[in-house]
Design a protein around this ligand. Structure first.
Ligand code: NI
Length: 180
């Protein structure tokens, strides 16, 4: 589980700030994304946004089974439909909620070579992109909950935070998420 970065957990203010545009796509950025992918695979997760490791810039890494990818300065151009999915987050460990979001999106951004890319994404990949975009805007999945889900969530998170304060190492590794 050793990797360069530690994933920031809900309560960390860096998760609540809007990240800045990337101004230079270079080898230094590529090296950072390699380290972030190591961190993501170690968790394990399928997506990791820069603010989750304390880097306030607009990019994220992901791998939904087709190999590691990076998307820089992403913008969602279009969205369509509705899809319900039990969504989790490495920064909100161990918790999942059924969230409805658009089923399909068209997203554009830049890859590590500086080329502009446009990706049409459906279902899981679409969900991942929307989730990671949220991170770049300081939004967490708890912000999408309805009132009842939110009450449950706050209770669970309080218990969880009490446990962590008592024993910071007492985070159940089995809570590693399979999702963004
Ligand atoms: Ni997340």
């Amino acid at each position: 589980m050793d990797s360069a970065y530690k994933v920031r957990i809900i309560g960390d203010p860096v998760l609540r700030r809007r990240a800045n545009e990337v101004t230079e796509i270079d080898g230094a950025l590529a090296a950072v994304t390699d380290e972030m992918l190591d961190t993501m695979y170690a968790e394990p997760g399928i997506g990791l946004a820069a603010p989750q490791v304390g880097i306030e810039q607009r990019f994220f890494v992901y791998d939904v089974g087709d190999g590691p990818e990076t998307l820089i300065n992403p913008v969602i151009m279009e969205s369509d439909g509705e899809w319900t999915y039990a969504e989790g987050c490495l920064s909100v460990p161990g918790l999942f909620w059924d969230l409805v979001r658009p089923k399909e999106i068209l997203i554009k951004g830049y890859d590590l070579t500086g080329e502009e890319v446009q990706i049409e994404a459906d279902e899981l990949l679409s969900r991942l992109f929307q989730h990671e975009m949220d991170h770049l805007n300081g939004v967490l999945l708890v912000d999408h909950l309805d009132e009842e889900q939110r009450k449950d969530a706050m209770k669970t998170l309080r218990q969880w935070q009490d446990n962590v304060e008592n024993d910071p190492d007492d985070i159940d590794p089995s809570l590693g998420l399979s999702l963004p």
